[in-house]
Design a protein around this ligand. Sequence first.
Ligand code: GRF
Length: 212
Amino acid sequence: MNTATFDIAVLISGSGSNLQALIDQQQGFGYRIVCVLSNKADAYGLVRAQQAHIATRIVDHKAYDSREAFEQAMIVAIDEFQPKLVVLAGFMRILTPLFISHYEQRLLNIHPSLLPKFKGTHTHEQAIAAGETEHGASVHWVIPELDSGRVIAQESVPILADDTAEVLAKRVLTVEHQLYPAVVAAIAQGKIRADDHSDPLTLSQLLHKVVS
Ligand code: GRF
């Protein structure tokens, strides 16, 4: 397989553990990370990118007067690399239709819940407080409405009796690190398209689709 034809950009704001999973699995999965962009100069994910010899860009939202001006600067930085997909991996700014429409059908997000349950933040606390027995992660296309685009894949984990939000978050992250690279691979390999309308895939269904 040609491993260098499907270029992606990854947007982060923090630790970047999902970015690390995407880096670690890119060679076998047939996509290539060409740029990591952060809105925070001290995001640890930038170190991960540099260690993997991936180009980095910092676009600090605090340097702009409006969300639109910030997003326009991000668009310029990202488009220098001509990515086929823009992957949000713990990117903690709300995006406006300006950015979202520019990358229509090319913009992915991972969210730590079994969408449509528990949109927004503090999803682990919300799931425990609601008395759920299962929680998980979802990868979805991004549309202007928050955490509401079509879900491509999701995988669940159990919620155990003595779970804290921190313990549960770690369990969900282990699933995120498998799910996100596999979804990107399936898109890179043409197995999933933005105009598909199939039900969300589980991790095992997804892994059957992709060639590694
Ligand atoms: C993950 O839980 C992801 O689902 C959410 O933000 C978190 C990012 O974690 N969107 P990391 O920076 O990838 O470690």
